[in-house]
Structure formats: structure tokens, C-alpha cells
Design a protein around this ligand. Structure first.
Ligand code: 13P
Ligand code: SF4
Length: 300
């Protein structure tokens, strides 16, 4: 009897599809993907793929970004309700209202946002290039949406800008506390602390490195240290342990993103069989969201 993995591989070939998975996906999903990466890396791959279809294992804003960046491709999201809660913390209407209050400001938007919000932004960014993107805009005032923690981190790195913060956040990273890190440090006093910039400022202040998910892997690989405390989502353990043999990684037990865990091998198989659910975005939103997203992919 053919296994689910074999059926996925065969159907993927028939459909000329590429499977992309975020670093927080389940290990078995990462293992069958053609590419695993962070939001920026996956957006760049999606924008340049010559596959006929993109199966996006992750959350809806990632699949929407792939569609906007490569509109001729069929973009399939195996779990259509896998929506990042932070993306709903900033609506298009709220951005329009904020612009009225800050007439000279530009809007830099974290990619963890809906397509309709992106259509209101001047430029998008990811955790990997937020500092460089904000540094590159000509305006002094920057409305940074929707992540208050990433916004505060960028403000600390680019003091020449006046960052007008939003009050969105990632519930998973927000739940990681200084005490969680201190507790892990007690058992592993020599461990290096690596944090995602969606963490709270007090956590970032005690971290040795602040990185996007992909840069965390590069950092751990390059480090001569053997132990790492990871202030991020637990899905990172899979690649870190695989790609950094002999190194140990300690996570905060409760740091689990349930929407990232929704995509399973069976939902990918079903998606390939039915070529659905397909991402569909209205033409006006597609058109207006494209430029901010393209600018994002141009800053590595
Ligand atoms: P990265 O772009 O660093 O992978 O982050 C995406 C995300 O959703 C983190 O919570
Ligand atoms: Fe959204 Fe947080 Fe999950 Fe990332 S970890 S997808 S920001 S809820």
C-alpha cells in the first residue's frame, strides 16, 4: 500500500506543484516540503517559482503574499482557516484612520497582516529585514503595524526615526517571559539566548541575539557555543537539531502556535487531490498590495 508521503510526492509531480513550509510547521510537514524557511525566504521563492502551483503550508497571510507576488500561479493553502491572530489586529480602515492623524508619516507593515491591510501600506517588511526597511524610508515618522514588539525593537535600532507604534502582538511570543528564560538559564547557565523580535522588549533585552526564524538557524550553525535557549515557537527545534548536530536547544514548553500546527500530511494530500482551497484575492487589493510586498522582497 502506498504511504501518504508517496501519494503526496506523486501528486505533486502530476500537478507540477512546489510545496513551501514555514519553519514552525510540524516536523513531518517540513520533511516533505521542497523549501522550508522564514516569511522572507518563502516569499522570495514563491515570487520566482516556475511551478504551476504553490502549496503553502503555514498561515493565510503567507499564502496570500505568495499569490500577490506571483498572481498567475494557483496558490493552495491546505488549511484555509490557519490565520495568524496578529494579522487581524490591524484592519485597512484603521490604517486609513491612522494616516489621517499622522499626515507626514509612511506606513511600514509587518508581513503578518491581511492582504487588505497590505493594500494600505507603503512598504512591507518581515522580521528579517524590518530594521533595514525602516532605515530606508525617506519619512521621519513611521506608523509601524501591527506588531508592537517588533516596532519597539526597530525603534531601538533606528533612533533617527519616530516610530508610531500599534498595539498588535503575537500571543505566542508575548507569552514568553523573562522568568521563562531565567528558569531555563538556571539549568543551562552557559546557554546562548536567541529571541525572535516578536518577543517582549524585556525578553529581547536579555537575549544574546535577535533573529528571524531562518537567521536563528544560521546563527546557531555559525556559533561555537553548544547550548541555546530559544525564545520562539517550538517548531524551530526540528531544523535546529537536524542542522546543528552536537548542539542542544531548549524551548519554552508553552510556546506553540496552534495555527502553524494545523497543516498535516493528510490535509496536504487532500489539497493536492482537490487542488483546493485556493487563495483568491480581488483585483484591486492584489494591485495595491503588490508594490509594498515587492519592495519587501528587494531588501534581503
Ligand atoms: P519569520 O519571518 O521570522 O519566520 O517569522 C514569522 C512568524 O510568524 C513568527 O511568528
Ligand atoms: Fe502568528 Fe505568532 Fe503564529 Fe507567527 S507564531 S504565525 S506571529 S501567531
Amino acid at each position: 500500500m502506498t504511504s501518504t508521503r508517496e501519494r503526496i510526492a506523486a501528486l505533486k509531480n502530476d500537478r507540477k506543484a512546489v510545496i513551501l513550509a514555514h519553519n514552525y510547521c510540524l516536523p513531518e510537514v517540513q520533511d516533505i516540503a521542497d523549501h522550508v524557511g522564514d516569511s522572507l525566504g518563502l516569499s522570495i521563492i514563491a515570487s520566482g517559482t516556475d511551478a504551476d502551483a504553490i502549496v503553502f503550508c503555514g498561515v493565510t497571510f503567507m499564502a496570500e503574499s505568495a499569490k500577490i507576488l506571483n498572481p498567475k500561479k494557483k496558490v493552495i493553502i491546505p488549511e484555509e482557516y490557519a490565520a495568524c491572530p496578529m494579522a487581524s489586529m490591524c484592519t485597512a480602515e484603521q490604517i486609513r484612520d491612522a494616516r489621517k492623524c499622522h499626515k507626514d508619516a509612511c506606513v511600514v507593515g509587518y508581513v503578518n497582516s491581511t492582504a487588505s491591510s497590505k493594500a494600505e501600506m507603503d512598504v512591507c517588511c518581515t522580521s528579517s529585514n524590518a530594521v533595514d526597511i525602516v532605515s530606508s524610508v525617506k519619512e521621519k515618522d513611521v506608523i509601524f503595524v501591527p506588531d508592537m514588539n517588533l516596532g519597539a525593537y526597530v525603534a531601538s535600532k533606528v533612533p533617527s526615526k519616530n516610530i508610531i507604534p500599534w498595539n498588535g502582538y503575537c500571543p505566542i511570543h508575548q507569552s514568553i517571559t523573562e522568568k521563562n528564560i531565567a528558569d531555563l538559564r538556571e539549568g543551562h547557565p552557559d546557554a546562548v539566548v536567541i529571541a525572535h523580535p516578536e518577543c517582549r522588549t524585556d525578553v529581547l533585552n536579555i537575549a544574546d541575539a535577535v533573529c528571524s526564524t531562518e537567521k536563528m538557524i544560521a546563527y546557531a550553525k555559525a556559533s561555537d557555543k553548544k547550548e541555546f535557549i530559544m525564545a520562539t515557537e517550538i517548531g524551530m527545534k526540528h531544523r535546529l537539531t537536524k542542522e546543528c548536530p552536537g548542539k542542544r536547544f531548549y524551548f519554552i514548553d508553552h510556546a506553540i502556535c496552534s495555527v502553524m500546527k494545523m497543516t498535516s500530511l493528510s490535509s496536504i494530500l487532500k489539497a493536492l487531490e482537490t487542488m483546493s482551497p485556493e487563495i483568491s484575492i480581488d483585483d484591486d487589493t492584489m494591485e495595491r498590495a503588490k508594490e509594498p510586498l515587492i519592495k519587501m522582497t528587494e531588501v534581503k
